[in-house]
Ligand binder design. Sequence first.
Ligand code: MRU
Length: 349
Amino acid sequence: VDARPIPAIRWEGGPEGRLLLLDQTKLPSKLEVLEIRDVESLARAIRELAVRGAPAIGVAAAYGGVLALRESPPSPRERLEEALDLLAASRPTAVNLFHALSRLRRRAAALPGEDPATLAAALLDEARTLHREDEDLCASLGRHGATLLEDGMTVLTHCNTGRLATAGVGTALACILTAHREGKRLLVYADETRPLLQGARLTLFELAEAGIEARLLVDGAGPGLLLAGEIQAVFVGADRIAANGDTANKVGTLPLALAASRAGVPFYVVAPSTTLDPSLPDGRSIPIEERDGDEVTSLLGDRVPPGTRARNPAFDVTPADLITALVTEHGICRSPDRDGIKALLDSGR
Ligand code: MRU
């Protein structure tokens, strides 16, 4: 029996192979794997959150190039452009998606000729490289972030930022998992993360896999527990970080940052440099995904009056001055403002 957990994203075979995605909409009750053989199904899987989490969206989309090329006519390059446009329209906030698509575009542009087999081999290689890179980035995030955790701490996290949200061990959750592996005893409060319950369904699943002590919180509970002095640190991921450090993350992150700041509790954002978007001056220019209100009302069923309409912004933006430190693969940036972000980007060049 293979006891290893099913990875969130896997490519099986060569350029004619298939993409296997663990269907996260079914977790934790069902372990179902989606077989993705064309770009339309990949875009749907991203839109419907079968694969989600900023780094995982980028890695999954990277395999879209090789899938696109088996679908000619029209010409392979036109088909590739169409596919990249379709994937770019799948979700707007996580910038990792757009970084991945730019890499495919650059790799294809660097190749001469129109031979689909040559293009497909190169684009599969690019996707595999990006996949491996994300794994390495996660390991570094975990190592750096674990130094911020001490034995006996109670920490709060929001949404899901572990192996299901990335191609590696995770971002914010990687810090917690790494500290746990180093022998630090932690209690983790996981926000349920309305409306799609990434915290309740996915983070608690991952914490149980790792054998880490955890409690589920309703989203509204965190700020009160922070002000009551019951939590020593908040760890969250990010979907896009603007040039001045303003950070978009799953809706419900901002109230935690406000409360942590008021309570004097450190609020850490953990993200690879692939989540930075220096082209945007500040958080006001980050595109915030607005999902269908039915996602909220259908969860509540007949517990809301018939005809109830909901707003459903999927992310909020935390101003940089509420963030104690930004953990990236380059280390811990204790002043994640315009200069701090610039220094981070320069260290990666
Ligand atoms: O809508 P989702 O589930 O894709 O949102 C995910 C988050 O907001 C995560 O916190 C973020 O992507 C950082 S994860 C590694």
